[in-house]
Design a protein. Structure first.
Length: 569
């Protein structure tokens, strides 16, 4: 058994001795490495040596076990112990401490060179980087009773306790060390390997408050937990413990006045292929980190219009309503964001479609140019083209710089065949631009009304995007002869079904003519119901909830504006 009076300082002294004199023959480790400040050491030998600094003599190797006992002891002290999963990994004792025999060989996610490269890149960008940094915060939820987040942290802890029935999830009184801390401007960087993606972690992520600032795509981490479903039963509650510690590191920015915690997935790329000496690699890494830091300043607003007009295509009135909505959202929200309006918000009618595009771009750019924030307005535009006099249905995204993305409808609704000029496919260009735009590291894909069903019909699950935007035209009581009573169908099989297929959040905007918008009809949907049929999906199953809502009176009726926090996407 390992003596409890061996502390972190004794382990560090043992590591320093190993660095000076090396590892005796037969005391190396083939299965696990203790990583510390870029060096790699045999865990059991280090603990044995540390006992000399705590109790005056080396701890006999027969008195305690390697593997689980040793690794848990070191991890509880805040150290990083890594499993060597590749039999080809070769370690040599060079100048008194362990290093990789070939620094340029990438083995797998346990490759020590990857984490070392991340540290060097961070140092190149931010100069000072603290590795294995210790924050003096407690590990029990009661430690945060005087903070605004106590109730949420307590709930997460209780959910983890209830997951498999383990009541005690922490051994260390203070939070184990973070991977990296950048003092200026002040944020944590965590390098997440596969063992962090467990069902326990999924449970904690599900219970994060929507206004928690995050430096990683929560929905991607959520999906990775489902996909990887790692298990570590040494000790039996290790998964819950790791999930709880990760939760505290994500909440630390709110507790310590820091910027959001940035997380990197160890398999997200081959990190050791980057070179801190190459300017292009440094730039690539800087953009990734900065995009993660900026994620917390993004939001999404959807506009649902309850219209009392049969002929709703008054161009000037729609522009006035758009201006009113943009002004309210911009005044309410800090940072950058996207405002989604319904399909057919403007209609060319007898006007040429191209001249309408130019008019809309000019007017919207003028509105957005008054604001310092980066706001992208998305709306649908219906025009007419000469070929067979077919209707022209377009989705357009406009910022203060102009048109960011534009896409033509690529999937007809029932009864539209022959009446709509379709794009060749979802990858077709329109006006020499694609239908995808990017804001703060997220990529948005424009769907025009029934296109969300087109994604499902064509099995286009790998779009390479983060958010799907659907500009729906509208719903009324006219059945098959009009827009129809299709709002439940759109919500369940369109929004939820597309989210289920693509594992992405879907936002939609629409006009309700008669009746008014049904209660709880969702304008933001993320699928978290596994293999459940969309037919059995209920609105209350949807985890996406707006953080702000507002009913704005406009000449045409009422605009219902919902704002979502998309830090979690």
């Amino acid at each position: 058994m390992i003596p409890k009076n061996i502390k972190k300082k004794h382990i560090i002294k043992a590591i320093e001795e190993v660095k000076r004199v090396g590892v005796p023959k037969g005391r190396g480790s083939k299965k696990f490495h203790l990583e510390f400040n870029g060096g790699y050491y045999p865990p059991k030998y280090v603990v044995s040596l540390a006992n000399k600094y705590a109790n005056g003599k080396d701890l006999d190797s027969s008195e305690f076990s390697g593997g689980g006992e040793t690794n848990s002891f070191l991890r509880d002290l805040g150290f990083n112990v890594m499993e060597v999963s590749s039999k080809k990994t070769v370690l040599k004792s060079l100048t008194g401490h362990l290093q990789l025999s070939s620094s340029r060989v990438h083995r797998d996610e346990r490759c020590p060179k990857c984490k070392e490269t991340v540290r060097k890149l961070l140092e190149r960008i931010y100069r000072k980087v603290e590795q294995n940094y210790k924050f003096k915060v407690g590990t029990r939820s009661e430690c945060f009773i005087k903070t605004p987040h106590y109730s949420k942290l307590k709930k997460i802890y209780e959910c983890l306790q209830n997951h498999r029935g383990f009541r005690e999830l922490t051994k260390s009184k203070t939070l184990p060390n973070c991977d990296f801390f950048i003092p200026k401007p002040g944020f944590i960087v965590e390098f997440d390997e596969s063992q962090h993606f467990t069902l326990s972690r999924k449970i904690s992520l599900q219970n994060y408050p929507q206004n928690l600032r995050l430096g990683f795509p929560l929905r991607k981490w959520f999906t990775l937990c489902e996909k990887i479903n790692a298990k570590d039963n040494d000790p039996p509650f290790r998964d819950e413990q790791r999930a709880w510690y990760d939760t505290l590191r994500d909440f630390l920015p709110e507790l310590e006045g820091l910027e959001p915690t940035v997380r990197l997935y160890s398999k997200g790329m081959k990190w050791c292929s980057l070179s801190p000496e190459k300017p292009e690699d440094v730039t690539k890494f800087r953009e990734l980190i900065e995009n993660r830091r900026k994620r917390s300043r993004s939001w999404m607003a959807t506009v649902i219009l309850e219209s009392n007009e049969e002929d709703y295509n008054y161009k000037d009135e729609r522009l006035k309503a758009l201006s009113q909505i943009v002004d309210w959202v911009a005044n309410e929200m800090g940072g950058d964001g996207v405002i989604l309006f319904p399909g057919g918000w403007f209609d060319a009618n007898k006007q040429k479609a191209r001249s309408l595009y130019e008019w809309v771009e000019k007017k919207v750019r003028g509105l957005l140019g008054k604001n310092e924030k980066n706001i992208v307005v998305c709306m649908g535009i219906d025009g007419r083209v000469t070929k067979d006099n077919a209707k022209d249905q377009i989705g357009m995204a406009i910022s203060k710089r102009g048109i960011e993305a534009i896409g033509r409808k690529f999937c007809t609704a029932p009864g539209e065949e022959g009446n709509v000029e379709l794009a060749k496919d979802h990858l077709s260009k329109e006006e020499d631009k694609f239908r995808v735009f990017e804001l703060n590291g997220r990529k948005y894909f424009l769907c025009v009304c029934y296109d969300c069903f087109g994604i499902k019909k064509r099995g286009i699950s790998n779009l390479g995007i983060d958010v799907i935007l659907d500009l729906v035209h509208g719903f009324d009581d006219l059945g098959k002869d009009g827009y129809g009573k299709g709002h439940p169908y759109f919500a369940k099989h369109g929004f939820a079904g597309t989210s289920k297929l693509c594992k992405r959040v879907v936002f939609g905007a629409a006009v309700f003519f008669d009746p008014v918008k049904p209660k709880n009809w969702p304008s933001g949907v993320f699928w978290n119901q596994g293999r459940k049929s969309t037919r059995k999906w209920r609105y209350e199953d949807n985890p996406m909830k707006p953080i702000k809502t507002k009913e704005l009176n406009i000449n045409e009726g009422v605009a219902l504006v919902s704002i979502y926090n998309i830090e979690e996407i």
